[in-house]
Design a protein around this ligand. Structure first.
Ligand SMILES: CC(C)(COP(=O)(O)OP(=O)(O)OC[C@H]1O[C@@H](n2cnc3c(N)ncnc32)[C@H](O)[C@@H]1OP(=O)(O)O)[C@@H](O)C(=O)NCCC(=O)NCCS
Length: 101
């Protein structure tokens, strides 16, 4: 599922998530805020809405994502939202997970 991220009527970013066909769990595969709109809270707000959307599927209890280990901004954002490392590194990216009820 691909979603555009809007602030009012302005397109500020893009995100993509799906139920992965291998592990049958939710993965957020992309989160991108346009460079000129970064650091204004849109990434965090978009993630909060996306997580709420994923949580509506009560048959699942976890969401995964991955990012390049040197991307400290992404790490900070995801940790603030409650994600934690699950120990895996896939294609050079650290895997984080958020477990929920
Ligand atoms: C990573 C990304 C999604 C974050 O989105 P954003 O809208 O820029 O970030 P936000 O404004 O929502 O800020 C999120 C947190 O990072 C902090 N932050 C934002 N910009 C910062 C900066 N330049 N330096 C330090 N901290 C910063 C914010 O203060 C906030 O933390 P806080 O809630 O503790 O204050 C965005 O910068 C982006 O698209 N980057 C390029 C693509 C990418 O790296 N995607 C993620 C990899 S999967």
């Amino acid at each position: 599922m691909c979603l555009a991220i809007y602030h009012e009527d302005v397109l500020v970013g893009f995100t993509m998530y799906c139920l992965d066909f291998e592990d049958k769990e939710y993965w957020i595969y992309r989160l991108m805020i346009d460079a000129k709109f970064q650091s204004k809270g849109f990434g965090k707000a978009a993630m909060e809405q996306l997580i709420d959307r994923i949580k509506q599927d009560k048959e699942h209890k976890v969401v995964y994502l991955s990012f390049e280990p040197e991307n400290m901004l992404a790490r900070h954002l995801y940790e603030k939202l409650g994600f934690e490392a699950d120990g895996r590194v896939i294609d050079g990216e650290v895997v984080y997970k958020l477990a929920y009820d």
